[in-house]
Design a protein around this ligand. Structure first.
Ligand SMILES: Cc1cc2nc3c(=O)[nH]c(=O)nc-3n(C[C@H](O)[C@H](O)[C@H](O)COP(=O)(O)O)c2cc1C
Length: 176
């Protein structure tokens, strides 16, 4: 089958998760076209058997380009087997780790013309050294408020890779 995997990533971590899923789906015998949302992919009806979008959260929101892209492609998305995964630091908290309890995703899809069949909520990466001064300061504040890691030398991957794998398996099994 032909898969389209679109990722939206600021610091490369959602891309890393996307590459892991790409490897899983390719190993299962599929062709995966992996593209950056920033490159504004153009798709035609019937071009792909499955479409998957992954995006990270920054200051409470997905990239500004995500909603307009979905809006433009809603008919293709809704008529294709489709899935979405979200990457954020607060998904690390057990009470914010499902599509129903992860506020960013719940709010986003409450307003979205696209309803994916499968939604994955993944915890991302904390890597202060990658951020500029303002972002580092803000992230540290977010972590402090949430009783998380505030050591500026920290580089932590909070991702549960088993959860990513299970999402990948669900996508493989999904039928439209
Ligand atoms: C400047 C900045 C702001 C962020 N804001 C949030 C946020 O509001 N909520 C959250 O849960 N995670 C937040 N994060 C965490 C990111 O979602 C996480 O680091 C993720 O792994 C980034 O993925 P990316 O490299 O694909 O963009 C933020 C990270 C940075 C650097």
């Amino acid at each position: 089958m032909n898969f389209l995997l679109i990722y939206s990533s600021r610091f490369g971590y959602t891309h890393k998760i996307a590459q892991t899923l790409e490897a899983q789906w390719t190993a299962a015998g599929n062709t995966v076209n992996i593209v950056n949302l920033a490159d504004t992919p153009v798709i035609q009806p019937g071009e792909y058997d499955k479409i998957i979008i992954g995006a990270s959260i920054r200051y409470g929101h997905y990239a500004a380009a995500l909603a307009p892209w979905i809006e433009r492609h809603q008919h293709i998305l809704n008529s294709t087997s489709s899935a979405f995964f979200s990457v954020s630091i607060l998904a690390n908290k057990p009470h914010r780790s499902t599509p129903q309890t992860h506020t960013y995703t719940r709010k986003f899809f409450a307003k979205s013309p696209w309803q994916p069949q499968i939604i994955g909520i993944f915890a991302g990466e904390l890597h202060y050294a990658k951020y500029n001064l303002l972002d580092r300061h803000m992230m540290r504040l977010v972590m402090k408020l949430n009783k998380g890691e505030t050591n500026l030398n920290a580089h932590i991957e909070y991702t549960n890779w088993q959860k990513v794998r299970e999402f990948g398996e669900q996508v493989l099994q999904a039928k439209k």
